[in-house]
Design a protein around this ligand. Structure first.
Ligand code: BTN
Length: 329
């Protein structure tokens, strides 16, 4: 096995066990391959167990990985990740943090490269759009932030929300054939309930973006919501009826997002909008939205190339909506 030189012994041990998942691998062989004593092998196994891996051990047989960890550890997220750079470098893993977007912004300000990923098991101040709180219970959801450095004007940046929304909806569709759709601009719904949301935060100089942080929150294995969310939120567990592997889902999200981002950088906005429209139910439906403090209702007619929504009011006038919360009527 060819291993990168900076891999820790526990990490290499994990690779060896993973390559033999379900089969025994002797302590002697592990100690030989890792170049450590058998008691050191035991210590590394204990550490992996503390990280949530289920590893059986038996005299004369050795060790066997029976179940991977439920945690969103970098080695899990990166194991078999098929991207060029999204999530491929250092992944900042946090058991708890206020907001992964805040952590990502700090990293970006210190020069972290494009594709740097921050994941947390829990957020104490997860942010949604418009200053809302994102419910972030421990180990039940995906709370991640990805740093991007597109060489674009700040005016182009809102489209990135659309890309991440498409990738999030596609990741869910890869699990099950369920009624997932995007509500403009960034809500991912199953039926009428929200399952995921995207928060795009942009830092820019006068005419160029210096970095973008894409924050994704997804209700994955949430079994019950607080009363105020019960009617408006749902989770994959509640919809599909089984727990979902969060690490695999993060990988799928990154693997979907990266090619859409490349399409965007190549300027192929039409392809993005087409995909977005196919996944959205917003167009053609009657909606209400607040524009400059005034609530208007009408029919959503189109998404423009800059990501804004065109709303037709009953008097036939077209209004351009750049941001806001849509109410489907
Ligand atoms: C929304 O629907 O209003 C957007 C929700 C975005 C929530 C995610 S969770 C990970 C990242 N960190 C945050 O503080 N917010 C985003």
């Amino acid at each position: 096995m060819v291993l990168p030189p900076d891999m820790s012994t526990s990490h290499i041990l994990l690779q060896l066990l993973r390559n033999h998942t379900g089969n025994w691998i002797s302590g002697e062989r592990l100690s030989r391959e890792l170049g450590v004593t058998r008691s050191a092998v035991w210590k590394h196994v204990s550490r992996l167990r503390r990280d949530g891996y289920t590893i059986a051990s038996a005299p004369r047989k050795g060790y066997r990985l029976t179940q991977t960890t439920p945690l969103l550890l970098p080695e899990e997220v990166q194991s078999g990740l098929r991207t060029r750079y999204f999530g491929q470098g250092k992944v900042l893993y946090l058991e708890a943090t206020d907001s992964t977007n805040t952590r990502a912004r700090e990293l970006a300000n210190r020069g972290a490269p494009e594709g740097t990923l921050v994941v947390a098991e829990k957020q104490t101040a997860g942010r949604g759009r418009k200053g809302r709180v994102w419910h972030s219970p421990e180990q039940e959801g995906i709370y991640l932030s990805l740093i991007l450095r597109p060489k674009i004007s700040p005016l182009e940046a809102p489209k990135i929300t659309l890309l991440a929304g498409i990738a999030a909806a596609e990741s869910i569709l890869s699990l099950a054939d369920i009624d997932v759709h995007i509500k403009w601009p960034n809500d991912i719904l199953i039926g009428n309930r929200k399952v995921a949301g995207v928060l795009t935060e942009i830092a820019s100089d006068l005419d160029e973006v210096s970095h973008v942080v894409t924050g994704l929150g997804m209700n994955v294995n949430v079994r019950a919501f607080p009363p105020e969310l019960q009617d408006v939120a749902t989770s994959l567990y509640l919809e599909i009826g089984r727990p979902v592997d969060r690490s695999a889902l993060v990988r799928t999200f990154l693997e979907r997002y990266e090619p859409h981002y490349t399409t965007f950088l190549e300027g192929r906005t039409d392809a993005i909008l087409e995909r977005w429209k196919a996944l959205s139910r917003t167009l053609g439906s009657r909606i209400g939205v607040e524009i400059s403090g005034r609530r208007i209702t009408g029919v959503a007619r189109n998404i423009e190339r800059d990501g804004s929504l065109i709303l037709e009011t009953p008097d036939g006038k077209m209004h351009r909506v750049f941001s806001g919360d849509l109410e489907t009527l």
